[in-house]
Design a protein. Sequence first.
Length: 748
Amino acid sequence: MDWMDLQALETSKAGPADSQGGSSALVEGLNSEQRAAVVHGDGPLLILAGPGSGKTRVITRRIAWLVAEGRARPGEILAITFTNKAAREMRERVEKLLPATGLWMSTFHALGARILRREIENLGQGWTRDFTIYDTHDRNQLLRRILSESNYDSARFKPAAVGAWISARKNRAGNAPLEVDDGIEIEALTKLARAYEDALAQSNALDFDDLLLKLLELFEREPGVRDSYSSRFRYVLVDEYQDTNRVQYEITRHLSGWHKNLTVCGDPDQSIYAWRGADIRNILDFEQDFGAPRVVKLEQNYRSTRHILEAAQALIARNRARKEKSTISASGEAGEKLCVFECGSEDDESREIVQQISGLRARGIPLSQVAIFYRANFMQRAIETSLRRASVPYRIVAGLEFYERREIRDLLAWLKLAVNPADDVAFRRVVNVPTRGIGDKSLAELANFAADRRIPLTAAVRSSEMATRVRGRARAGFGAFAKLLDVLETLAERPAASAIDTLLGSIDAEAWLAEMEDETLVDREANVDELRAHAQQWDEGPENPGVPRNLRGFLQEIALVSETDQPQAENERVTLMTLHAAKGLEFDAVFVAGCEEELLPHSRALSESRNGDPDAGLEEERRLLYVGMTRARKRLFLTWARERMQFGSFSVRRPSRFLEEIPREFVEGALGEGADEDDAFLAEEALSAEPEFKTGDRVEHAHFGRGTVLRVQGTGVNARATVRFPAHGERQLLLFYAKLQLLGRAGA
């Protein structure tokens, strides 16, 4: 079937006649701004959606409205979001509004995989449609081998660090970061990156970043292919647009270039992922980039009480890199004020949180509606300890834990070989699992044999010539694995559950599971059963256009599980997670722990500059707290400790400057109205004092050592100095907290 036949098939499955009740029903119950966004006609549209403003409702109704109005068939609409969970929810909502098939609705990465499965051979270079998708673990395994074979110092060049550098470079469309932590040389990293890319190509594999980069390369090298998709999609919608990176921006521009009907929805005040490549300029510059679009602001909040919203609004208003909008409580209910707790230590803080949770339960708030957020994972220990001692059940949000388990990774490696025999990373993982007597020397011999002939390891292990090079147990082990490969080759097009059953029947599963020491045998067997049950569910699930309902499609679905996807909420458990993981969620009661300088805002952020903006890091930290605050529906608690254990030693802490930025009228306790002078977080003289340092002064810092002041900005509590330290480079320090010692005046 050629491209035009496929397009006709998918776009003819549903049309305007399928709508029930017409388009007027789709705008019922919407406020005026939501309605304006839904019924916008042609041309670019920017929807600025504050927290809890019903943006998913608006996007899904807009999709249904476009079909019901006859402006587009389902297959002519492309909707993109950032997690598989959000994409599934969006699809389910649209299908309830308007029964239709053929909608393109997915994450950016799933879209890349779908198009590349059809088109990657247009890029040449030996790529085929059966490419394997490598996740972070696969990437690090491959890099570990490359580092070993290249004789790099494993203590200095860690696979995870090298992989993170490569990923950051890719997400900046090939522009490598100028600086690298730990003094790793750019030249060495660039050389490793080339070796890594060569190894991917040899294994016919793409990593997660390649799903976007190869798609962009395809569109830029093959304008005919690009235009076939761009002309097909009359309307393109992108959710969470503030989280897009530059590669995703370029892909969006290509896909919407033909009809120019691009709708983006997002909130620059919730842009918190710069560390993984998100570029806030994409949404801030939307009007400039796409030519005078219509802008609709969704400012009615249907989640939080007025005190929570107004406190959060006052905080975020301090940022400069934002678009002006308000956040208004739809109910108008004032609710209870924020609670701020000053604690003696991290243990006192965690005990205070547990005590407050007990009070919430007594007032009818279930544990499933309570969340504890923190800026850094190390804070988790004290909180977990107090919860356990109080017998309070909890869950830690940890996205991909199930797929990180050894037995699951082994199973997936075997299945990947069934779909893509050129996957050398998968081969290396399981060639000696369960133990077949294949040692490192024999495996190295096999790898050299394959490299010399430029063939995958699966072909090398079947070679009669190779069989003469090894003896004893290794020779028998290679032979046994070659026979298993014969079985695997029959599985690619079969249902996923059936393929797993055949695989388990072809290996010594009992010996395989018994070799592992990290969990009990019962737990490991339960994990295998869980994967098999998931495969069965996949086989029997609804059709997803463009994704085959077989083992190949099942592996693709697993590989595309985003690390931002969250598991379903469990009943009667407190939820613990980092602030970055909290986005998109909501709870009746929220605790934000560790509201301290150098934690929130984080110490790294205070010296971080992006795109020439020295406050970029600080403003993102403020957005992070704003996101955490606006997850709360009814109660919000902010805590800080005067002393905290970090990096093996206790440190004296200061309250976060963000606490002082919250108006006291919204807060109970130390920040609240009528607070004692002793409770004030910052001394009055600090608020009015002029900076005591000047450009050129020689100073000393307790951690960074001696340095020279390059510039001083701000006054009072906001006064900060940029200092160059010979051993640490330039650092931006808040003078009130930095406690710099003056060694000598400029020019003296």
